[in-house]
Design a binder for this molecule. Sequence first.
Ligand SMILES: Cc1cc2nc3c(=O)[nH]c(=O)nc-3n(C[C@H](O)[C@H](O)[C@H](O)COP(=O)(O)O)c2cc1C
Length: 155
Amino acid sequence: MPAKVIVVYESKYGNAKLVAETIAEGMGQVEGVETVTSEVKAVDLKKIVDYDAILVGSPTHIGGPTGGIKKFIGKLGKLPLEGKSFAAFATYLVDKSFEQATKKLEKRISDKVPGAKLAATGLSIRVAGMKGPISEGELPKCKEFGSRIATQLKA
Ligand SMILES: Cc1cc2nc3c(=O)[nH]c(=O)nc-3n(C[C@H](O)[C@H](O)[C@H](O)COP(=O)(O)O)c2cc1C
């Protein structure tokens, strides 16, 4: 049976979306792992339990994840997700926000979802301006992050 992964994101200008898609592309390099990406608003909560791993990503808004993503994690807390793997990612613009939203996402997942396992330390990806683009050298990190988590899931 293939390992199933869903990469859930919110994205105002498309940068976190591109990060999600590039993570999924990296995961696609590993045989036996099936990955889908979904905008948070389109997620069917009833199907979430079908996935072995749930990746959650957001742009940094005022030093943290978006409201939509925070709400989504709250809803995950009501589902039977013990033992599932999780990982977080975020895009950010200014130095001081490096890892801010990612760490908050990880904390929220650990606090709200009983028995969640963090599959990897979260990924923070820099954008060059408010609306992007993603800074040079950042996209390969997304691909590597995806393939590393996928390899781990198959192990
Ligand atoms: C309301 C708002 C608040 C923001 N606050 C921060 C912030 O605190 N730190 C930061 O680095 N970037 C901040 N930004 C910039 C976003 O991080 C940037 O627009 C985002 O990473 C781009 O990703 P997206 O295209 O997926 O929306 C903010 C942007 C908006 C719209």
